[in-house]
Design a protein around this ligand. Structure first.
Ligand code: CA
Length: 187
């Protein structure tokens, strides 16, 4: 299988296990991690088969594997891509596993003048969350838990981060602060 050929070095076994669960569209995420992301963030690895316990386990589950990236094609649920900050280079977001604690973290690798830099958006969670690319829409969100919803007119793509069949949020780039802001969205 072609995806296995992308794996190399000490992580060949892990990537090979993971590759069995993937589809051709997922190859770009493996390649970006191997070629770029890994060297920017020590101590984290891609999910492997042993990390698939609940939602991630169901390879043919269209609920889970129906999450879409920038090109709107279904891909695995623990990564996504898009034009998240205000430039014309694709950015990549991953749920990665901490090598010593086994906890999950959401990391986005955003393009900048020197290449890419990692931004940790949420650290140390256990749940098998989903990632997808949120196309620019008029986003209905809750500014506070006890507040009425408000509408944000998105100017670019965002990172949808959600529990399957449960709470959902979107991280959007804020040009004023050059950082991501989190919006809790309503159904
Ligand atoms: Ca970018």
């Amino acid at each position: 299988m072609a995806l296995v050929g992308l794996a190399c070095g000490r992580d060949a076994k892990v990537s090979g296990e993971l590759a069995r669960h993937l589809q051709p569209v997922d190859a770009v995420y493996l390649r970006f991690f191997e070629d770029t992301a890994r060297s920017l963030l020590a101590g984290y690895r891609l999910p492997s088969e042993a990390d698939f316990r609940n939602y991630w386990k169901y390879y043919n589950n269209t609920l889970v594997y129906g999450t879409e990236g920038h090109d709107r094609r279904p891909k695995a649920p623990f990564w996504t891509d898009g034009f998240f900050n205000a430039d014309d280079r694709l950015d990549f977001a991953y749920i990665l596993i901490h090598e010593t604690t086994g906890k999950k973290s959401l990391v986005v690798f955003v393009s900048d003048q020197s290449g890419y830099r990692p931004v940790l958006l949420q650290e140390d969670f256990d749940e098998e969350m989903g990632l997808a690319t949120q196309q620019p829409v008029k986003l209905s969100y809750y500014p506070r838990a006890d507040a009425h919803s408000e509408v944000l007119d998105m100017k670019r793509e965002g990172i949808a981060f959600f529990m399957f069949e449960s709470a959902s949020s979107v991280f959007l780039w804020d040009p004023a602060t050059s950082a991501f802001k989190r919006y809790w969205i309503s159904d």
